[in-house]
Design a protein around this ligand. Structure first.
Ligand code: S0N
Length: 273
């Protein structure tokens, strides 16, 4: 693996958050529980995602887990209580769902770099990401009906779009584990590489994406989401159409005319066929 000088962006307890040449890397750093998440982990990832969204020098985000055993093993069963995962104030939370929304919503590609187990809520996490690159030691699967949980959100509907209705029912009903190759064949993993190539391959994908038009990438992510995300997806797609309109002289004319207390002259703008 190429040695890269990842620079720390911000200190957290449960995650590492680093930067390298246009790429942000968020690493769930709880290897003692196979990178299971607790409410604090999700709050920290949400904060990091919000920084990724704001920073103009970040074009693509990698999500991964510390060590070679697990990407993420889902909700931390040790803090699971009535109504969700119990935070430090005793409040039950299901805040990984906010993270799912943030991954869908951020107008930049998010790549799951899967090292080891992507299980339960950890499996949903990679599914929600835009792309998945997996090491050959990766194992994929849902456990919900075995451990008393389920995700009827993106972990079901979007997974079904990736692997088909029959396969998604098998994955959820039987709670089996699948190899990286099986996951690739099913269409829920983009590429499988040897473990020691995982970061190099992922960074190469990021570098290729960074050469592409950020607005085109943004619009295509929005369009692909909109098809599944209903009114919320359309709202985000439409929001970016508005952003593009605001960048046009035609939109500027309306604002200028208002400020100059005159009628706008829209006739000079082309009416495309
Ligand atoms: C990953 C597995 C298969 C690995 O097995 P292996 O190799 O035998 O290792 P273990 O000895 O089992 O594990 C090593 C150490 O890690 C701890 N650990 C592993 N997973 C967890 C976990 N999820 N929580 C807490 N600890 C974990 C082990 O305990 C062990 O430590 P020690 O030695 O100290 O005991 C295997 O570990 C496994 O099957 N893990 C559990 C996977 C699982 O069932 N995860 C939870 C599934 N459910 C969810 O994720 C909830 C979904 C969800 O989040 C959600 C869905 C919809 C809406 C909202 C939500 C929400 O909750 O927010």
């Amino acid at each position: 693996m190429i040695a890269r000088e990842w620079q720390k962006i911000k200190d957290y307890d449960d995650i590492k958050f680093e930067y390298f040449e246009g790429i942000a890397k968020i690493t769930i750093n709880r290897p003692e529980v196979y990178n299971a998440f607790r409410p604090q982990t999700n709050f920290e990832m949400l904060d990091a995602m919000s920084i990724c969204r704001e920073r103009n020098d970040i074009g693509v985000i990698i999500l991964t887990g510390a060590g070679d055993k697990a990407f993420c093993s889902g909700g931390d069963q040790k803090v699971k209580g009535l109504g969700g995962y119990i935070d430090e104030n005793g409040v039950p939370r299901l805040n990984v769902l906010d993270l799912h929304k943030a991954i869908r919503s951020i107008p930049k590609p998010v790549i799951a770099m899967v090292n080891g187990y992507a299980i339960g809520g950890g499996h949903v996490l990679h599914v929600v990401c835009d792309l998945t690159i997996a090491a050959d030691n990766a194992r994929f699967g849902q456990t919900g009906p075995k451990v008393g949980s389920f995700d009827g959100g993106f972990g079901s509907s979007y997974l079904a779009r990736c692997v088909g209705q029959k396969k998604v029912r098998e994955i959820w009903f039987l709670c089996r584990q699948y190899t990286a190759k099986e996951a690739e064949d099913m269409g829920m993993v983009n590429k499988v590489v040897p473990f020691d190539r995982l970061e190099d391959e992922t960074v190469e994908w990021c570098q290729t994406i960074l050469k592409r038009s950020p607005m085109a990438i943004r619009m295509i992510k929005r369009a692909l989401n909109a098809e599944l995300d209903g009114q919320r997806g359309l709202m985000e797609f439409a929001g970016d159409a508005t952003l593009m309109y605001y960048l046009m002289e035609e939109a500027q004319e309306g604002k200028k005319a208002f400020l100059e207390k005159r009628d706008p002259d829209f006739q000079k703008f082309p009416k495309f066929p």
